[in-house]
Design a protein around this ligand. Structure first.
Ligand SMILES: O=C(O)CCC(=O)C(=O)O
Length: 270
């Protein structure tokens, strides 16, 4: 590794207490890891990426489908999920998104994200697993029911315990605009069963009898903060009825040499 990059990584490694907290609670917050200027560049990049993704949903190769009343459009390996009516065509999620803008692709290698992830994984050679943009537009953004990410991935990945996430918070987040929430310590249960409510996606939402909702923590954090979280932690968030956006990127890493979730290309981290 070149000495400049090694020094940059060293600046962002996890402290002993941070590592203990991540292991015990399944999440860790670093407030204001990115300053206002950096966040303004990233928000411009995500808006450009969202405009591009939206344009592609009208392209010749786009394939549209509806699950539980929510519209999804696949274009190549990129999936755009729209908000349910009446807010469709506002975009809820784009996955993957970072390949749609060079500044977002560069973010994947940023030591503020990757140094803690290397410590969480206990290895220096890491790769991208997936990444997404959750837009939660003012007055239109719907919530995310309580779920774990690991059950989504278990059929595509043989090392689902080794898929740590980092959320890059792009707007000040509070309960009022639907901030991210986790169930403290729920990652220790591994993959939990889903609900059996007869809906198409119900199996992906965690059976509420299998975790303690009283252990929920609302992560009210300023723009520029990072939230690292375990692939097994139960998490979700409320809607955004407020006048403020609540945008966030979530990037998921894995050990080096394995393909990404959707394109199946290998994207090792520099
Ligand atoms: O953005 C949020 O508030 C929740 C996101 C989430 O749960 C997910 O993308 O899996």
């Amino acid at each position: 590794m070149n000495p400049d990059r090694a020094a940059l990584l060293a600046d962002h490694r996890l402290g002993v207490e941070e590592a203990q907290q991540y292991r015990a609670e399944g999440f860790l917050v670093r407030e204001r890891a990115f300053d206002a200027a950096a966040i303004s560049l990233l928000t411009a990049a995500v808006e450009a990426a969202a405009a591009l993704a939206l344009a592609r949903t009208a392209g010749g190769d786009a394939r549209s489908y509806v699950l539980d009343g929510k519209r999804f459009v696949d274009s190549g390996h990129v999936t755009v999920q729209f908000e349910p009516p009446p807010h469709d065509p506002a975009i809820k999620v784009i996955e993957p998104v970072c390949e749609l803008h060079p500044a977002l692709d560069a973010l994947l290698d940023d030591p503020r994200l990757t140094a803690p992830i290397r410590d969480i994984l206990g290895r220096d050679a890491i790769a991208l697993w997936t990444n997404k943009l959750n837009l939660k537009r003012p007055g239109a953004g719907s919530g995310f029911g309580w779920h774990q990410d690991s059950p989504y991935w278990i059929h595509d990945c043989g090392h689902v315990d080794l898929l740590p996430n980092v959320m890059v918070v792009l707007d000040d987040a509070s309960a009022a605009n639907g901030c991210f929430k986790v169930i403290r310590g729920s990652h220790r249960e591994g993959c939990l069963p889903g609900t059996d409510d007869g809906t198409q996606l119900g199996g992906f939402y965690t059976d509420p009898r299998r975790f303690d909702a009283a252990r929920a923590v609302a992560l009210e954090v300023p723009a520029g903060s990072l939230v690292f979280f375990d692939p097994h932690i139960v998490h979700g968030s409320g809607p955004n009825p407020s006048a403020s956006p609540r945008r966030a990127l979530i990037i998921t890493y894995q050990p080096a040499g394995h393909p990404t979730l959707k394109s199946r290309r290998i994207r090792n981290i520099r």
